[in-house]
Design a protein around this ligand. Structure first.
Ligand SMILES: Nc1ncnc2c1ncn2[C@@H]1O[C@H](COP(=O)(O)OP(=O)(O)OP(=O)(O)O)[C@@H](O)[C@H]1O
Length: 629
């Protein structure tokens, strides 16, 4: 694992206990790039806030003027109209400002989602092995929305608020310094309390978002296996599991609500207390002639004006803390390295593999495994699992550790243009071998080579452009047949798509729906049988005509007819290319150029069917089971 990755996981929520339970927390500085993207609008909003604040500040002064004029029995004249105009202008400014902030808030959500998705889809495959899909989805869906609140409920409004606050403070100082001193005392106490509480809001909000991630993860788990769950009669139990997670999220939400609930009334109480103090002491000072009635009224209006932004500031502190909690979860993913982050400057590959270059590297095997050892990283520890509690919260827990080796010294060569089959018992490591060819993972020891070059020295995109890969449980993406076929070759024509479908024996699927290539294959391709799904995936690989094809044959859904269709499909794709097939049915690979037998992470035999039947007992047993000897 890379250094960056190690650091990230070290300060991740996966170590529990004490402060560590709050997980990765973003700093305010990490929030700034999201806001800076909208700098012009935000500056405009800030200017509007200042103008709005000034129009508000002018109002008490005009009111004091009105009182003085009325007291003197003089005509009011323009001053009332001026007051009305000020109220209207400040209303319009605040409405426009609100709209701009909402819009920018949506912009922040959008850009954080885009960044997160761009990162997620580029993460090393190992990250998906150790993280829960639902939790990742919830970071894109839910955590990002929390960033909006920073703008809509807080930050920029606070600029106008600050102007109002300072302006009111100065005006109050001029009007009556003694009254101001008392007011500031009350408010200072409120601010200290809120600051202490807000730290707890941030921690609780982070935990709440973690819990929402847990809910999303268990919903995803349940929905992705809904048929199995239904068939096993486990629906009620799964509902209870999700309910428990949802209740966990509810509890954390309530915890946030409790702390926030303390913060909100503190602003109210501060206002009431200071109002009462000003009223009592102010009345006394009017009686003693220290201040006029007009100035006391103006002072009280300024007090309201000062309290309002204070409330906004408290709101801003809460929402910024909520956002920083969520940003911590977003940033945790953004800080992970891309899959290709540590690739060296890479050799051009396109000219090294394939027919065009047979002359350049005449002896190099298309694919070669050289004493390859490999172990998967262990599953990341689940923070929700109390069993993972660290006995000593001060010791950083290693989150991801290596598992038992899956490959132990695998060596074999696949000459260009040949058809090689990998066979062996379930769990022997066959799919892992293909994953290493695709560079979803790199070997711990040894090397995988293509055209004589270590895969680690090649650009992954170029490498993968040379390889077609059909997974064992070939996923079909929601959409149409055409969408699925054109995934890897967006420029393919309809005629090419149809030809490929017929080549993999899927002409029937094309004909049975009048929509043809536009026929929907549904979420996860549910309208296709398992065998059809695999053949569709083979068709997809075939369409991009890669020189090398990796095919992890489905373990299921191959009845006699499907098996024949699959064999024909494999024959169709093997023409003119290098093919590595993981075969669960020997009949599909009996006529391969070579068969490599894998057991327990090692190659235990290699040769033709006849040679292996004669020399490798495990292979003879497999063949005997499948009635091939
Ligand atoms: N993503 C993964 N993370 C951790 N362990 C894995 C992962 N994928 C496979 N393994 C483990 O590696 C071992 C080899 O798995 P692999 O899928 O390569 O075997 P296989 O020979 O293809 O099996 P099958 O014929 O059943 O598909 C198994 O013990 C499996 O549990």
């Amino acid at each position: 694992m890379s250094d960056t990755q190690t650091q990230t996981t070290r300060r991740s929520p996966f170590s529990r206990g004490g402060k560590a339970a709050t997980g990765p927390r973003a700093t305010f500085r990490q929030l700034l790039p999201f806001l800076f993207e909208h700098r012009p609008v935000l500056i405009w909003v800030a200017v509007l806030s200042v103008v709005g604040a000034l129009t508000s500040l002018a109002q008490p002064l005009l009111v004091a003027q009105v009182i003085t004029i009325v007291e003197a029995g003089q005509p009011l004249g323009w001053i009332v109209w001026g007051l009305i105009a000020l109220v209207i202008v400040s209303g319009i400014i605040s409405g426009y400002q609100h709209y701009l902030l909402q819009r920018t808030g949506e912009g922040v959500v959008l850009s954080s989602r885009k960044r997160l998705v761009a990162k997620l889809l580029r993460l090393p495959i190992a990250e998906f092995d150790t993280r829960r899909t639902g939790d990742l989805v919830s970071r894109v869906g839910s955590d990002t929305t929390m960033l909006r609140a920073v703008l809509t409920q807080g930050l920029v409004e606070a600029i106008g608020g600050a102007v109002t606050f300072i302006g009111a403070l100065i005006a109050m100082l001029v009007l009556d310094a003694v009254l101001l001193g008392l007011t500031v005392l009350v408010i200072a106490i409120a601010i200290t309390t809120v600051t202490l509480l807000s730290r707890r809001v941030r921690e609780a909000s982070h935990q709440a978002q973690e819990k929402v991630g847990d809910v999303a993860a268990s919903v995803e788990r349940a929905i992705s296996a809904v048929r199995t769950i239904r068939a096993a009669g486990a629906t009620e139990r799964e509902i209870r599991t999700v309910d428990t997670e949802a209740e966990g999220a509810w509890q954390m939400g309530v915890k946030v609500a409790k702390i926030s609930a303390l913060i909100v009334p503190i602003a109210g109480i501060a206002m009431q207390v200071s109002f009462l103090v000003v009223l009592g002491v102010g009345g006394y000072r009017v009686a003693s002639g220290a201040i006029t009635v007009a100035n006391l009224v103006a002072f009280i209006l300024f007090l309201f004006m000062m309290i309002l932004p204070l409330g906004q500031a408290f709101g801003a502190i809460t929402s910024v803390n909520l956002a920083l909690g969520a940003l911590g979860r977003i940033q945790e993913i953004l800080d992970l390295p891309d899959e290709d982050a540590h690739d060296r400057q890479l050799a051009p590959l396109a000219l090294m593999v394939g027919e065009a270059n047979d002359g350049v590297l005449p002896d190099a095997a298309a694919i070669e495994f050289d004493d390859v050892h490999f172990a998967y990283a262990a599953t990341r520890q689940d923070p929700a699992d109390p069993g993972n509690e660290s006995p000593d919260e001060h010791l950083p827990e290693p989150d991801v550790t290596a598992r038992q080796p899956v490959l132990r010294g695998v060596s074999f060569r696949v000459p260009r243009g040949q058809r090689i089959a990998l066979v062996g018992p379930s769990g022997a490591g066959k799919s892992t071998i293909l994953a290493l060819v695709e560079r979803f993972y790199d070997p711990s020891v040894g090397a995988v080579r293509m055209g004589g070059l270590d895969l680690r020295s090649l650009d992954r995109r170029e490498l993968r452009a040379q390889i077609g890969y059909v997974e064992q449980d070939a996923p079909v993406l929601a959409g149409t047949l055409r969408d699925n076929l054109k995934l890897g070759s967006p420029d393919a024509t309809d005629a090419e798509c149809e030809a490929v479908l017929r080549a993999v024996n899927l002409g029937g699927v094309l004909d049975r729906d009048p929509a043809g290539l536009d026929a929907a294959v549904g979420e996860d391709g549910i309208m296709l049988s398992g065998g059809e799904r695999q053949r569709l995936a083979i068709g997809r690989a075939l369409l991009s005509a890669p020189p090398i094809l990796l095919l992890d044959e489905s373990t299921s859904s191959l009845d006699g007819l499907n098996e024949r269709m699959m064999r024909e499909a494999i024959d169709a794709v093997s023409a003119g290319r290098t093919l590595i097939v993981i075969a669960h049915r020997l009949s599909t690979v009996i006529d391969s150029d070579r068969i490599v037998v894998v057991e327990d992470g090692r190659v235990i035999g290699e040769g033709t069917h006849a040679e292996l039947v004669a020399s490798v007992p495990l292979y003879r047993d497999l063949a005997a089971h499948q009635l091939l000897v």
